[in-house]
Design a protein around this ligand. Structure first.
Ligand SMILES: [Zn+2]
Ligand SMILES: [Zn+2]
Length: 262
């Protein structure tokens, strides 16, 4: 099996593991698992085909549209109501997809977060497929707040061991590219003052951190791999529902919403 397909299996397996351990997230993780199985098959079929697409180019609708009806049928049968309703909008197909592809990644589209959710879920494997065939880009910025490959916002942060501490990177919400990002900087507004950047954790998942900013009131979750090396960032982020709810109640907005709209 190719390395690129294995990453989908890792996500699916991790969702099952966490669902068995944390009842508060079980339903969400089973839902994610079903979506990830679909995303893997879409990714595999794109990998097997030939395309001319690029992350900053036009959407290759002829390659993608045949996969849209089964995706919508899946969403309608298993998704929580708001997502299922938003998916109905996608039935018209191209407008919402193209709108999201052109502008939605930085939140500059006219789509609401709820409207963007199904388009994002559907296009994510396509973006990941394109990213896996792209050359890494050189950027002048040392701490780019947006993905250096596709300009989307970050979905989740990662801490890896480096010397005595942890080195942080961010993972793109759309194409899953990971890039280095300084630890004490808000990815939403660039705040660098440590006393404006509180970190919160919860007992249930001690390796998941809410990294908040008291200047712009955004937050991102960061998965501390030095505490749990088995974690798969996008999946562990989704599982940490209590942290999302806590952050929302305390006035923090997430830099980019996950599959649950949290
Ligand atoms: Zn990206
Ligand atoms: Zn900020």
């Amino acid at each position: 099996m190719s390395r690129s397909l294995a990453k989908w299996d890792q996500r699916i397996r991790r969702a099952g593991e966490l669902a068995a351990k944390h009842s508060f997230a079980a339903e969400a993780l089973h839902f994610y698992g079903r979506i990830a199985v679909f995303q893997k098959s879409l990714y595999a079929s794109l990998e097997a085909g030939k395309g001319t697409g690029a992350l900053r180019g036009d959407l290759e609708l002829p390659r993608l549209l045949p996969h849209l009806p089964p995706f919508l049928a899946l969403i309608e049968s298993i998704a929580p109501l708001p997502l299922a309703q938003a998916a109905a909008e996608l039935k018209s197909g191209r407008d919402v997809l193209e709108e999201f592809w052109r502008h939605g990644r930085q939140g500059t589209a006219t789509l609401t977060d709820a409207e963007a959710l199904p388009a994002w879920t559907f296009l994510q494997p396509y973006a990941e497929h394109l990213a896996d065939h792209s050359e890494p880009t050189q950027t002048q910025e040392t701490t780019p707040a947006l993905c250096p490959l596709c300009s989307s916002r970050p979905h989740v942060g990662v801490l890896r061991q480096q010397g005595d501490g942890g080195k942080r990177s961010l993972i793109c919400a759309l194409c899953a590219t990971e890039w280095d990002y300084r630890r004490i900087v808000c990815p939403a507004c660039g705040e660098e003052s440590v006393d404006k950047l509180p970190v919160y954790t919860a007992e249930e998942l001690p390796h998941v951190r809410v990294e908040a900013c008291d200047t712009c009131h955004h937050y991102i979750k960061t998965i501390d791999l030095t505490k749990d090396g088995r974690a798969v960032p996008v999946v562990d982020e989704l599982a940490a529902i209590p942290l999302s709810l806590w952050a929302g109640e305390n006035g923090y907005m997430k830099v980019s919403a996950n599959l649950l709209g949290l």
